[in-house]
Design a protein around this ligand. Structure first.
Ligand SMILES: [Zn+2]
Length: 177
């Protein structure tokens, strides 16, 4: 299986698998060793997220939180389990955007922020933890610095519409109404 150019280091959320660009076999092995989930079969928090027909591979062999390798979303449970459900769903959605739209880190972040707001699993306060998993300084030309990346995510979140069918309530409004 030959990986498309965008499926190598550029599309990793933290780009720590940059070796995949020169050693694609490593990335293939990561996928082969993982546990495969059919679309909609992997539970993240209380959700069963879907990304078209994309399957998800879960493996601790990935040197990052998440990645888009070939036609798969790849997630590292060891790294993600320490994070909130909102952050885990953000990582999944970010990699989903690479599957649907290809390269483009800001586009992938924006897709995840908008999707999270629209689906009701992402509150503005959740963005703080999401920002903490980004490196302070850019690790590649495709990945902006943490501050730039966070500002762009907040902007996408603010401008995203909230469908009437899925209202996002402030935490204090969640109970007894
Ligand atoms: Zn990415």
């Amino acid at each position: 299986m030959r990986m498309p150019a965008w499926a190598t280091g550029a599309c990793l959320i933290l780009a720590s698998l940059l070796t995949a660009a020169t050693r694609p076999v490593v990335a293939e092995e990561i996928v082969l060793r993982g546990t495969l989930y059919e679309p909609g079969k992997l539970q993240i928090g209380t959700r069963m997220p879907v990304c078209g027909r994309t399957r998800t591979v879960v493996t601790a062999d990935l040197g990052d939180y998440g990645a888009s390798i070939g036609g798969f979303i790849v997630l590292n449970p060891v790294r993600l389990d320490r994070l909130s459900a909102a952050t885990r769903l953000f990582v999944y959605s970010h990699e989903c955007a690479h599957q649907l739209y290809g390269p483009g880190e800001e586009q992938a972040d924006c897709y995840a922020a908008r999707r999270g707001k629209a689906e009701g699993w992402l509150l503005e306060s959740d963005i703080d933890q999401i920002c903490m998993i980004f490196p302070h300084k850019s690790r590649s030309p495709e990945h902006p610095n943490r501050a730039e990346r966070c500002a762009a995510i907040r902007s996408c979140f603010d401008s995203a519409a909230v469908p009437a069918a899925a209202p996002v309530l402030a935490p204090q409004d969640r109970d007894f109404r």
